[in-house]
Design a protein around this ligand. Sequence first.
Ligand code: 5RP
Ligand code: FE2
Length: 220
Amino acid sequence: MGIQISPSLLSADFADLGAEAGRIASADWLHVDVMDNHFVPNLTVGLPVVEALGKASSTPMDCHLMIEDPDRWAPAYVEAGAGSVTFHVEAATAPVRLARELRAKGARAGMGLRPATPIEPYEDLLPELDMLLVMTVEPGFGGQKFLDVCLPKIRRTRDLIDKHGLDLWLQVDGGVSMETIERCAEAGADMFVAGSAVFGADDPDAMVRQLRATAEAAAR
Ligand SMILES: O=C(CO)[C@H](O)[C@H](O)COP(=O)(O)O
Ligand SMILES: [Fe+2]
């Protein structure tokens, strides 16, 4: 698939999300951060907003669920129009069953890891997934500083994916910018979420293209 950029709408104008999506026409996906004030200490949007955004934009939606009880809620995000749904393994009760349900409904199944969650215990689950999300900040807020301490985990995750010969996307999310994207790409990430870097730029679409070009040049 190559390098993909999924701008996070967390740093966009929430009063006009359809128009904000239109400002990043070069994006491969729209990253929608769903927070419930339980899994993370912040509250954002839920199903009705995702459903409305899907009607307002033709760019596929990559929903990052930072919520408790994703087993109950995640499948509804496929029905609301998400093309990819990522649940956090720390919150899921039955990650294999949930990934299978997401796939059966027609979406890509993603599994997210907080910075301190290791990948190794989940090696046997990899064939059940379409994407792994390695958080490079503590989830909950945009605009935080990239955590370098997560880079070895990105490398180890890429090695595990390659060892099993899987076509699994490796997403990084948190503090990704022109300063940090090269390190992530060198470590083996191929899908990049960027919120403040994209929507804080004078020309968000040019920033999407710049990030992609920089990651492509640095990719392993
Ligand atoms: O999941 C997230 C936070 O929990 C966001 O996707 C992420 O922080 C993007 O924002 P930024 O690029 O500004 O760090
Ligand atoms: Fe996110």
